[in-house]
Ligand binder design. Structure first.
Ligand code: AMP
Length: 254
């Protein structure tokens, strides 16, 4: 396995970037990498000359301090995955590097970001869009890979690129799932083995030709607490809690 360059400061990343020629692919993540993240990395490796991964658990997108504290951190394993995939570099900054302004400057979207995840996590998408804009300005990627698992986030970032005329192409990547159908997520590591089996019911139920009321009833009976369950522009979206872990998923309406 080859050593991956780990870059911790904005100035070093900018210096590194200025020496790259050809297409630069970028995969922003919060770490605790799994096969879903690997799918994004592989899509970039296939199409781009260089692939930069960022790992940063962005505090400004957590509306719940406890959720932020509990977010899994698995740096050693993440590094192994990066090395196995032979990516070019990892950007691994600290808060101070990305937020010298202490989050006094923000990017906001005022419509879609207020629905779905935005309705129950106020400020979440301000944090997402702000950190993504910062990362785009520093990394200056040609292509950026985002998962459909976070479909609302993907849509809002596509909107951001359009609104600010960013010279970036956003590439959506389909959701990687366990054989049970459970969407891979860094948060799944916080579920018990039984919880993980149970969590697959989200996707299994979402994929049935049932009314939203029936889906809600089935999932509540199975022990989930539903944050939201909605259909919006041809997709069915859900956020539900199980064992105190917030899980999200979305599918084309069956
Ligand atoms: P995260 O580290 O959870 O913020 O996710 C970083 C990126 O990986 C985002 O673009 C996510 O949509 C994407 N991602 C997370 N889980 C999956 C998955 N199961 N399949 C595909 N992409 C994913």
């Amino acid at each position: 396995m080859s050593k991956v360059r780990v870059i911790k400061t904005v100035s070093e990343l900018q210096n590194y970037r200025s020496q790259l020629t050809g297409q630069v692919g970028f995969v922003p993540t919060m770490g605790a990498l799994h096969h879903g993240h690997e799918k994004l990395l592989q899509a970039s490796l296939k199409t781009c000359d260089h692939t930069i991964l960022s790992i940063f658990v962005n505090p400004t997108q957590f509306n719940d301090a406890k959720d932020f504290e509990k977010y899994p951190v698995t740096w050693e394993d993440d590094l192994k995955i990066a090395e196995k995939n032979q990516i070019s570099a990892i950007f691994y900054p600290k808060y101070q590097e990305l937020y010298p302004d202490h989050y006094t400057y923000k990017i906001s979207e005022t419509e879609f970001s207020k629905l779905l995840c935005g309705a129950t996590r106020p400020g979440h998408f301000d944090g997402v869009l702000t950190v993504v804009m910062k990362l785009f300005q520093i990394v200056k990627p040609d292509l950026v890979f985002f998962g459909e698992k976070d479909f609302q986030q993907l849509t809002l970032i596509e909107g951001l690129v359009k609104a600010f005329f960013l010279p970036i192409q956003i590439i959506p990547v389909t959701t990687e799932r366990e054989s049970s159908g459970l969407a891979l997520s860094s948060r799944n590591t916080r579920l018990s083995p039984e919880g993980k089996l149970q969590a697959a019911k989200i996707y299994q139920t979402l994929m049935q030709k049932l009314s939203l009321d029936d889906i809600r009833k089935q999932l509540e009976t199975a022990g989930f607490s539903i944050d939201y369950l909605t259909e919006y522009k041809g997709r069915r979206y859900i956020a539900a809690f199980l064992e105190g872990v917030r899980l999200i998923d979305n599918v084309n309406i069956p």
